[in-house]
Write a protein that binds this ligand. Structure first.
Ligand SMILES: [Zn+2]
Length: 71
């Protein structure tokens, strides 16, 4: 897990690591990634996901359900 001390978008130091259920929607289908760890900026609302978090999101997303053959 990477650790950010500064928001890459606005430069604020109020960015922090959170771990909570992450809700998203894809083409009208809502899905939840349970207990996802990611950085969130309290100043601008930016969310930053490291590669492990992105893989978890993809594994839950309907958009990636059929693309497991490669990688
Ligand atoms: Zn920010």
């Amino acid at each position: 897990m990477m650790h950010l001390t500064r928001c890459p978008t606005c430069g604020s130091r109020r960015i922090k690591l959170v771990r909570r259920d992450f809700k998203r929607e894809f083409r009208g289908r809502a899905y939840t990634v349970p207990k996802l760890a990611f950085h969130e900026c309290a100043a601008c609302g930016e969310k930053v996901f490291d590669p492990a978090a992105v893989r978890r999101i993809q594994s839950y997303s309907p958009a990636f359900k059929r693309s497991r053959s490669s990688t």
